[in-house]
Ligand binder design. Structure first.
Ligand code: AMP
Ligand code: ZN
Length: 114
């Protein structure tokens, strides 16, 4: 996806503050953080949203989720707590159509969310 913002970050065409990378997953700090830790964990392979997932994506979704938890633990938030969110389409506030898991931690997070 040549016009996808997160694909451009993955290809290093746009800079980002990268916190983790492997062959399948990239994690970087959100440019507009909503908590002391606010990272985005993304599959390197472009997927528009959760609505586009197929059974072949089960492994990468698992990797993304487990990586978010590992980053939270590494940064000391495993016991305190952290929130993980996938926004899908307009009413949920999705603005970038490349699947990304928000990882938020470091402050009290209210429920229900706004
Ligand atoms: P969503 O609204 O769920 O689609 O989340 C998109 C997120 O991407 C927002 O939290 C933005 O702040 C974040 N974002 C947009 N552009 C960048 C960028 N260049 N680098 C890092 N995060 C970004
Ligand atoms: Zn993309």
């Amino acid at each position: 996806m040549s016009d996808c913002l997160f694909c451009k970050i993955i290809k290093r065409e746009i800079p980002a503050s990268i916190v983790y990378e492997d062959d399948h997953v990239l994690a970087f700090n959100d440019i507009n953080p909503q908590a002391p830790l606010h990272a985005l964990v993304v599959p390197k392979r472009h997927i528009d949203s959760l609505n586009a997932l197929s059974p072949e994506d089960d492994a990468i979704v698992g990797e993304v989720v487990r990586r978010a938890a590992a980053i939270a633990r590494d940064k000391g938030y495993g016991d305190r707590g952290f929130r993980t969110v996938f926004n899908t389409n307009a009413e949920a506030g999705q603005t970038v159509f490349h699947v990304h898991l928000h990882l938020l931690a470091g402050r009290g997070l209210r429920w229900p969310p706004g």
